[in-house]
Design a protein around this ligand. Structure first.
Ligand SMILES: Nc1ncnc2c1ncn2[C@@H]1O[C@H](COP(=O)(O)OP(=O)(O)OP(=O)(O)O)[C@@H](O)[C@H]1O
Ligand SMILES: [Mg+2]
Length: 368
């Protein structure tokens, strides 16, 4: 087992025009930690992982595995195992042969290979399939064989690049649990790339949110959710996504948030107002999660309410998503099942402002 340390790691591709795929990533993954890299397509997740694996050269900065700088160490000598989205199993080999192949290449004795293959098969519930060929397996079983090939090597670090994206939704959930269990059992350092924020939130001890080659925030799942550092993270983590409204904080009487366009305004509780005192008059963005928006019976001057038009209702059984427009702002609310007026009706939204987030409208950085 080992830690993985990235210091100022950059990747510049020089194909045609110069393109910076990864700007200055610094990240310390502790021994035994499970870290997830997440972000939209093209943000540099795979490139970062491939630099750790040694499959991509490093343009600047250093990558350390344990105490050793590995910038110039070939992939084979880094003591890592990587599982990709497109794991290619050898079709003509049985599961047993697929699992043992890398060990055979290392000239390990047949008895030792057998031991490791048996142990990995037991961990992954593949004992009954060892003599089958890949085409005789389900997608999830094949994915487990791909994981097994990494496990038998007993690497210091596991690297995963979207290993579940070829599986159907149900299989993904069950494989996600397998991987979480595997991490608990093996206690090995794991770095996992995904664009799926649910996978990131459920698997990671810590999550690295990336955008356009930059690290936006490195934090625990709960901190990312509750204290996003900037508007990008706030909008990326959480489903349905956080609601945003641009506006200004106005004084002159009780402090109010006045939405852009002046369609609605809400009074700010004292605690929130004092957090925002430095931002008075400046353009800010209010963010509020759908679960912190409710439907209220009518306007209340003292509380944070806004009138809105009911646009769409999605009933999921255990909860209901409400899509409404307050002036030109779309607002999503996540509420418990309840009877609602017809689409197009005027409703009143209540905002739990103690839970609201505020960002500088220009820089996107969190305020307060
Ligand atoms: N070999 C290459 N040459 C030039 N540019 C590349 C190369 N590989 C990747 N890129 C660019 O680098 C950026 C980061 O790519 P990367 O594959 O790391 O993204 P990603 O976050 O893994 O995205 P996805 O979720 O789609 O897999 C992209 O803009 C991509 O076009
Ligand atoms: Mg990728």
């Amino acid at each position: 087992m080992a830690s993985v340390t990235l210091s100022g790691v950059r990747k510049i591709y020089h194909e045609g025009v110069e393109q910076v795929a990864v700007h200055e990533v610094s990240l310390g993954v502790k021994d035994g930690e499970f870290v997830v890299l997440v972000g939209p397509s093209g943000c540099g997740k795979s490139t970062t992982l491939r630099m750790i694996a040694g499959l991509e050269s490093i343009s600047a900065g250093t990558v350390k595995i344990g105490d050793r700088v590995v910038n110039d160490v070939p992939p084979k000598a880094r003591d890592i195992a990587m599982v990709f989205q497109n794991y290619a199993l050898y079709p003509h080999m049985t599961v047993r042969e697929n699992l043992g192949f890398a060990l055979k290449l290392r000239n390990m004795s047949a008895a030792d290979i057998n031991d490791r293959v048996k142990a990995a098969a037991a961990t992954l519930g593949l004992e009954d399939y060892l003599d089958r060929k890949p085409r005789q397996l389900s997608g999830g079983q094949r994915q487990r064989v791909a994981l097994g090939r990494a496990i038998v090597r007993q690497p210091q670090v596991f690297l995963f690049d979207e290993p579940l994206s070829n599986l159907d939704a149900q299989m993904r959930v069950s494989m996600r649990r397998e991987i979480a269990r595997l991490h608990q059992e093996l206690k090995v350092t794991m770095i996992y790339v995904t664009h799926d924020q649910v996978e990131a939130m459920t698997l990671g001890d810590r999550i690295v949110v990336m955008n356009k080659g930059h690290v936006m925030q490195i934090d625990t799942p709960l901190n990312l959710y509750e204290k996003p550092k900037n508007r990008f993270v706030a909008g990326f983590i959480g489903n349905p996504a956080m609601n945003f409204a641009n506006g200004t904080v106005e004084g002159g009487g009780p402090s109010r948030f006045v939405a852009e366009g002046g369609d609605w305004e809400i009074n700010l509780p004292q605690r929130v107002a004092s957090r925002l005192s430095g931002a008075r008059g400046k353009a800010i963005t209010m963010g509020i999660r759908p679960e912190d928006v409710t439907i209220v019976a009518g306007p209340r001057a003292a509380a944070a309410t806004a009138s809105a038009r009911l646009d769409l209702v999605e009933s999921l059984g255990n909860e209901t998503f409400i899509y409404a427009s307050a002036g030109k702002h779309d607002v999503t609310a996540r509420v418990s099942p309840q009877s609602l007026p017809p689409i197009g009706s005027k409703i009143f939204l209540g905002f739990d402002l103690e839970k609201a987030h505020f960002f500088d409208a220009v820089s996107g950085e969190r305020i307060g």
